[in-house]
Design a protein around this ligand. Structure first.
Ligand code: PLP
Length: 409
């Protein structure tokens, strides 16, 4: 008899976005002519930048000629991409990261979800609340969380993001072994300062803990006092892994390319307390279960670092930041307090009511889809996430409809 991994039964049955899809479909069935505008799921709408497309095409052409054809590539990624990542994403900010510490992959979702495989099942894990659900669900699947009651898992430590702490969680008052952090944050749009990250790095060093730092939205940082990478913080090389993605940076959600940095100085401990190289373990996992990102896609990713690449990427993300600024100012004018929308494509709006009720109001009265904060954790109740990923004209229409609807409430 084939038996189930019973941990899967502990997963909360309805994933946030499928619940939203169900509600949107029901609305569309009842209102077939309604023009629904989606400011919900964080998927990009603009096409790939020209530099990426040109490099992508050229990469495909290389596959047509035996002298330039590529078969299996290195699982960790081609040196041409890893070297540019190290130089332009890290060394540029005085962060000491080498190409050999970069592992190219097909997504920060997979990497942030898969990384937990390296850890023992009896570690204590701290996750943000509200949270990008992948960090929690992958640990549930692995059996590290216990049962869920009242929307929280018994075995997890929740790092609460609240109005009071500006959605940058405080250091826990108990010892934890693994810490998930995400800045600029999904869903709150909050950013962490160097001083705040330093506290986390110091804590992790003291406790021999590890930080999994998700910087998928780094490309939206415009305030130059903010850290672009956790490796700008002294000591982070010993205790932090960083996830990055080209999905939002360069419109690669459908193209797929990302990377994870595992510094050579990051250590992990066995049951006797002996040290092991985290990088060697991740390399073992990656080369066993992954066979590399396609060559043309890696060429397309490389293009963001050279020639007109940086300028085109900046323009691309400035487009969404303009949307974000408009959303933020409109919500503020409506008297709703907001976080994010600056250095981030997400705006976290305090809706002063149950977040699913606000979602239903927006859908039924304005035909606009946002994301109820409660879907990201208990601390998300009373908030909604509005995403800036859409065309500017649609954002303008959506906001006008929201204003009209809220004035009628
Ligand atoms: N990390 C965060 C915080 C995200 O919000 C997302 C996508 O929404 C991802 C990772 C996924 O990135 P990728 O498309 O590279 O899998």
């Amino acid at each position: 008899m084939i038996k189930l991994n019973e941990n899967y039964l502990k997963l909360k049955s309805s994933y946030l976005f499928s619940e939203i899809a169900k509600k949107v479909n029901a609305f569309k069935d009842a209102n077939p002519s309604a023009d629904v505008i989606r400011l919900g799921i964080g998927d990009v709408t603009l096409p790939l930048p020209k530099v990426c497309l040109d490099a992508f095409h050229k990469g495909v052409d290389d596959m047509a000629d035996a002298s330039t054809f590529k078969g299996y590539g290195p699982e960790q990624g081609y040196d041409f991409l890893r070297e540019k990542i190290a130089k332009f994403d890290f060394q540029k900010y005085d962060a000491d990261i080498q190409a050999s510490e970069v592992f190219v992959s097909d997504g920060a979702k997979c990497d942030s979800g898969n990384f937990q495989e390296l850890f023992s099942n009896d570690i204590t894990i701290a996750v943000p609340d509200p949270v990008y659900p992948v960090y929690v669900d992958t640990n549930v699947m692995a059996g590290r969380t216990g049962e869920s009651s009242n929307g929280r898992y018994d075995g997890l430590v929740y790092l609460e993001g609240t109005e009071e702490n500006g959605f940058v969680p405080d250091i826990p008052d108990k010892k934890v072994d693994l810490i998930y952090l995400c800045f600029p944050n999904n869903p709150t749009g909050a950013t962490a300062t160097k001083a705040q990250l330093k506290e986390w790095v110091d804590y992790a060093r003291k406790e021999k803990a590890l930080i999994l730092y998700d910087a998928a939205y780094e490309a939206f940082i415009r305030d130059e006092s903010l850290p672009h990478t956790i490796y700008e913080i002294e000591g982070a090389r010993e205790v932090a892994v960083e996830f990055r993605s080209y999905s939002k940076t360069a419109g690669f959600t459908g193209t797929r390319c990302a990377y994870t940095v595992v510094p050579g100085s990051c250590m992990i401990y066995d049951k006797d307390g002996s040290k092991h190289s985290l990088q060697a373990l991740w390399n073992r996992r990656h080369t066993t279960k992954f066979n590399g990102v396609s060559y043309p896609v890696q060429r397309a990713a490389e293009a963001i670092y050279i020639g007109d690449g940086p300028e085109q990427i900046r323009k691309l993300n400035d487009y969404y930041l303009r949307n974000a600024a408009l959303i933020r100012s409109t919500m503020t004018d409506l008297g709703l307090s907001c976080t994010g929308g600056v250095n981030s494509p997400y705006i976290w709006v305090k809706c002063n009511m149950d977040s699913w009720k606000f979602f239903d109001n927006m859908l039924n009265k304005a035909a606009v889809v946002c994301t109820p904060g409660a879907g990201f954790g208990a601390c998300g109740e009373g908030y909604i996430r509005i995403s800036a990923f859409n065309m500017y004209e649609n954002v303008q229409i959506a906001l006008k409809r929201i204003c009209d609807a809220l004035k009628k409430v």
